[in-house]
Ligand binder design. Structure first.
Ligand SMILES: [Zn+2]
Length: 172
């Protein structure tokens, strides 16, 4: 397996704001394994985690690593550059309070799949991978959609089933 350290920036295109860049590092290990994501700089004026990731980057040897480490060095670059503590100087929001979702959804079915009542449609875990729930089909039907962006919040619809007016016919 090729192993390497790559550092670059991700361009965040201008939207309602002027856009920015986010510095990241990806360390691909020599052997397969889990992925670890590390995020610093949600609050741009809190330097220790930012410095910790920069230090950690030089201490990981990809040749000895199993899996992947992804570092996001400064999540809120406008806050970092603007020297604001908690709130972005662009929109006045606290990045730590606007991440979507509190749990992770793992779909077990695809769109258009025909499912029986009680079929498991998806598993729900917390951010540490502990299973905290399961979504089951309330009736026989066809999966019309299933949420593809894993972070979810409580009470959010995650799938839609359609019940055909009549059972699908086999065409011979
Ligand atoms: Zn903070």
């Amino acid at each position: 397996m090729p192993h390497a350290i790559e550092s670059r920036t991700i361009d965040m295109l201008a939207g309602v704001d002027t856009g920015t860049q986010i510095p990241i590092t990806t360390i691909e290990g020599a052997r397969p394994g889990p992925s670890l994501g590390l995020i610093a700089g949600n609050h741009g004026y809190e330097y220790p985690p930012i410095l910790a990731l920069q230090k950690l980057r030089g201490q990981i040897d990809p040749a000895k690593l199993a899996g992947t480490v992804r570092m996001l060095h400064v999540a809120n670059m406008p806050s970092f550059l603007g020297r604001t503590v908690y709130f972005s100087p662009v929109d006045g929001k606290n990045l730590n309070r606007v991440y979507p979702g509190r749990n992770i959804l793992y779909p077990r079915v695809d769109r258009d799949q025909i499912v029986k009542q009680g079929t498991g449609l998806a598993d729900i875990t917390d951010f540490f991978g502990r299973q905290i729930g399961e979504v089951r089909a309330p009736f026989d039907g066809v999966v019309l959609y299933i949420v593809a962006t894993p972070p979810i919040t409580k009470d959010q619809p995650v799938a839609c089933l359609g019940a055909p007016r009549q059972a699908p016919r086999n065409i011979d």
